[in-house]
Design a protein around this ligand. Structure first.
Ligand SMILES: CC(C)(COP(=O)(O)OP(=O)(O)OC[C@H]1O[C@@H](n2cnc3c(N)ncnc32)[C@H](O)[C@@H]1OP(=O)(O)O)[C@@H](O)C(=O)NCCC(=O)NCCS
Length: 228
């Protein structure tokens, strides 16, 4: 693959803001799905510490599933330091305490903005903290990535996962991706339709609601100087 190995290696039936229970109550099995629309916020340079905290909280098995190897703390630190916010998109889901409970990295082929007419791809990587799993957050982040990539003119999303990663493969299979397995590794490709008026409107709306929700939670936490 010509793509950087960034992400892997080194909608509303209910009102928004309905995610306040995401990490407050340990859910029994089977865990309830989040059927309400969940706001997603785009992250920037200043969120590096929260991104790092989220990734460092993953145990070794999750790090293996996320990066394709059991990344040590220093390797995760370097990965976070090198995230190219000017090119890639990082977005996440926050709980009401503004902990980053789910994180996605959409790494763009560098040619995307330079040669908009050329076929291009983006690579998707994701992690959801243990308490948030099984509630549709991973799938929600993937759908959001599809929308963002479409609106940026990308025609294929690529996902590297381990063949054992049933949840990740389920997410991409549900979205219609073609999955190729080679031993322990699996590579999935999802072809995207071109952007249109509806996708651009949906993208803008998601962006605004994600930001609004974050400001709302921030307002409820005026005691927290870190909440920016
Ligand atoms: C993979 C991961 C992101 C999934 O996040 P999640 O929020 O728990 O997933 P969702 O709740 O959106 O579930 C997505 C689908 O997988 C299924 N699923 C969830 N957990 C599963 C499991 N352990 N085994 C099999 N299927 C599972 C769900 O039922 C759902 O399918 P459905 O919609 O057909 O019912 C999460 O497990 C994680 O962070 N893992 C560690 C890091 C990682 O593996 N990253 C992916 C590599 S890039």
């Amino acid at each position: 693959m010509g793509l950087p190995r960034g992400p892997q290696s080194e909608i509303p039936k209910h009102p928004p803001f309905a995610d306040s229970t995401l990490d407050t109550v340990p859910a029994p099995l089977p865990r309830p799905r989040v059927f309400a629309w969940v706001p997603i916020r785009s992250l920037s340079e200043r969120h590096r510490p929260r991104i790092l905290a989220h990734l460092l909280a993953l145990d070794m098995n999750d790090r293996y599933l996320r990066f394709g190897y059991a990344a040590a703390d220093d390797q995760i630190r370097r990965y976070v330091e090198r995230i190219a916010f000017e090119r890639d998109e990082i977005f996440g889901i926050f709980n009401r305490r503004l902990d980053l409970i789910a994180l996605a990295h959409l790494a763009y082929d560098p040619s995307v903005d330079v040669e908009p007419q050329r076929a291009s791809a983006a690579e998707f990587g994701v992690s959801v903290n243990v308490r948030g799993r099984g509630r549709g957050l991973g799938a929600r982040l993937f759908d959001h990535a599809v929308l963002r990539a479409r609106n940026r003119g990308v025609d294929t999303i690529v996902i590297h996962a381990l063949s054992e990663n049933a949840a990740m493969l389920r997410i991409v299979r549900n979205a219609g991706a073609v999955i190729e397995r080679t031993g322990v590794d699996a590579e999935a490709h999802l072809r995207l339709p071109p952007d249109d008026h509806a996708s651009r409107r949906a993208g803008a709306l998601e962006q605004q609601l994600g930001e609004l929700d974050y400001r709302f939670k921030q307002g409820a936490r005026t005691d927290d100087p870190q909440a920016s």
